[in-house]
Design a binder for this molecule. Structure first.
Ligand code: PEP
Ligand code: MG
Length: 580
């Protein structure tokens, strides 16, 4: 039995066999063969080679004949893989050094790299990259053959990394949990796992090497622990804990649909963050009073072709109708950063979080933006809709985005397509420059929503997806608290509502502070709603305001943490920390 530590990002306990999903970043171990295994290993190598060539031929079939250049590149790649000296040298190494095919292939590649490097020719140096990529593909296929578990049966996925789109495609009925080597609490991969209710632990160093396919794993998504091949005693202990977790959740869920009003009568709207239409029933069941953040980009990143206006409209209509009479807040496309749509062909950026993402991309791509706005406006006829722009950094951007809405309104009117009166328009406040001018922005929107995931990333200069700096990502940093205070004050002085929709909004430990700041709405992962509503009902608004006053006098996150901790203890509310 081995215990591995990581960051728990999606709560729940799961037990199941490991399924090693090999995404990029291939690590190869050397295996020494017995002489009688050589023939089988060479056969394995040939099978992987043929499968890779077949894959490439399949890709070729989908490329139109007139696209001569891409076709010729793939032909060249197929020839590289069929190259007799590559095949011969790999076979020779397997035979003579008694090593596995993956190891032999990497050795052959190293030799080629050396030869190409010495040639010093730029064109040839680029070709070696192609070869590296191709050999990785073969190794990938070879390693894939090692999976004894199929994903058609329930399993725990173990991978170096999963993209947000990979995660959105996971099926909760077959994916019991997942474990990755990279990632952090506010990465989109973690956020999607929570929405799907799949327990997940990220930043588990070396897990793809420590775990073999088919190993039995216990994943504790709250404590951030992975136990490899647990003893019977440990298994029983975890089964008990899982039962306890389920019972507590059932208890909380019983009151989930009741409103969240503090002991002294202050009401806060508790809404859901959703990514896909499938999440609608669960969000309603868990007591969501509408949607505070609809991450509309997931309809783009989980598929190959861009959705049409009709398809968007149909999906949006169902969401809006499903939540009627409550509000649905459409966050316009936030593609870029760590979320990509294959069809959009975005440039590769060194610094994607600071690059062409969200509203910047939409303002640059009028057709993309307008198609979405048209669908949202048309869906507004079926319930209550708000529009919210992501990554607003200044007034110019906001005004241009609003102009697009106005243009779409006029277009729809001209075409005779019906829609509700102009919906409320809001700005996400998630860039420090927007906080600095929050008073100005507040004059031109109907509401604010604080995106703490990005706001903290940009204010503290901490990449939200990077496990190496995850420990520095600190919502209790005095700078973060001051920023929140400034946003709420600016919003309320202008008479508009201020919501929060970053992950911070759904963490019960921060809740007394968030209530004390006077936020009008908290929008979160649906799974967190029952516990958040429950705790709000035990809080006193005036006391929370005093807590904020005290917290703002302190100088470090540690001091603030101690203050909040003792606040919970004095009121006997610490049991809420185990909820989510
Ligand atoms: C945020 O940045 O806090 C937010 C809610 O948006 P996203 O996580 O999708 O960037
Ligand atoms: Mg954001």
């Amino acid at each position: 039995m081995k215990r591995l530590k990581g960051i728990g990002v999606s709560p729940g306990v799961a037990i199941g066999p490991a399924y090693l999903l090999l995404t990029g970043h291939l690590k190869i171990t050397r295996r020494i063969l017995k002489p009688e295994e050589v023939t089988r290993e060479i056969r394995r190598f040939h099978r992987a080679l043929e499968a890779t060539i077949k894959d490439l031929e399949e890709v070729k079939r989908h490329i139109p004949e007139e696209m001569v250049h891409p076709l010729s590149i793939i032909d060249a790649h197929i020839l590289m893989l069929k190259d007799p000296s590559l095949v011969r040298e790999t076979e020779k190494l397997i035979k003579e050094s008694l090593v596995n095919a993956e190891w032999a292939l990497r050795k052959v590649l190293k030799k080629y790299q050396q030869i190409f490097k010495e040639l010093g020719d730029f064109y040839l140096r680029e070709r070696i990259r192609d070869l590296e990529h191709l050999i990785d593909k073969v190794i990938f296929t070879l390693q894939g053959q090692n999976n004894h578990v199929s994903l058609n049966q329930p399993a725990v996925i173990v991978a170096h990394d999963l993209s947000p789109a990979d995660t959105a495609r996971l099926r909760p009925d077959t994916t019991q949990a997942f474990v990755t080597e990279v990632g952090s609490r506010t990465s989109h991969t973690a956020i999607v796992a929570k929405s799907l209710g799949i327990p997940a632990v990220v930043a588990v160093k070396g897990v793809t090497e420590e775990v073999n396919p088919g190993d039995l794993l216990i994943v504790d998504g709250l404590a951030g622990e992975v136990i490899v091949n647990p003893t019977q005693e440990v298994i029983e202990e975890f089964l008990d804990r899982r039962l306890e977790c389920q019972e507590r959740r059932a208890l909380l869920t019983r009151h989930a649909k009741e409103p969240a009003v503090t002991l002294d009568g202050h009401r806060i709207a508790v809404r859901a963050n959703i990514e896909l239409l499938d999440e609608l029933p669960l969000a309603l069941e868990l007591g969501a009073e509408g949607v505070g953040l609809y991450r509309t980009e997931y309809l783009y990143v989980t598929r190959k072709a861009l959705p049409s206006e009709e398809e968007l409209f149909e999906t949006y209509r169902q969401v809006v109708e499903g939540f009627k009479p409550e509000i649905v807040t459409f966050r316009t496309l936030d593609i870029g950063g760590d979320k990509f749509a294959t069809k959009l062909d975005l440039p590769e950026e060194i610094n994607p979080a600071l690059g062409l993402r969200a509203i910047r991309l939409c303002l640059k791509s009028p057709a993309l933006f307008k198609t979405q706005l048209r669908a949202i406006l048309r869906a507004s006829l079926y319930g209550r809709v708000r529009i919210m722009f992501p990554m607003i950094s200044g007034l110019g951007e906001l005004r241009r985005a609003k102009t697009f809405v106005q243009e779409v309104v006029e277009e729809l009117q001209k075409e005779g397509l019906r829609f509700e009166a102009l919906p409320a328009i809001g700005a996400m406040i998630e860039i420090p420059s927007a906080v600095a001018i929050a008073d100005l922005l507040a004059q031109e929107v109907d509401f604010f929503s604080i995106g703490t995931n990005d706001l903290i990333q940009y204010a503290l200069a901490i990449d939200r997806g990077n496990e190496h700096v995850a420990h520095l990502y600190e919502p209790l940093h005095p700078a973060v608290l001051r920023l929140i205070k400034q946003i709420v004050t600016a919003g309320h002085e202008a008479g508009i509502e201020v919501a929060m929709c970053g992950e911070m909004a759904g963490e019960v430990f921060y809740l007394p502070l968030l209530v004390g700041f006077g936020l009008d709405e908290l929008s979160m992962n649906p799974q967190s709603i029952p516990a958040v509503k429950n705790l709000i009902r035990r809080l006193n608004f005036t006391e929370c305001q005093k807590l904020v006053e005290e917290a703002l006098k302190l100088s470090t996150p540690e001091e603030i943490r101690v203050l909040v901790l003792s606040w919970f203890e004095e009121r006997d509310l610490t049991l809420f920390w185990d909820y989510f």
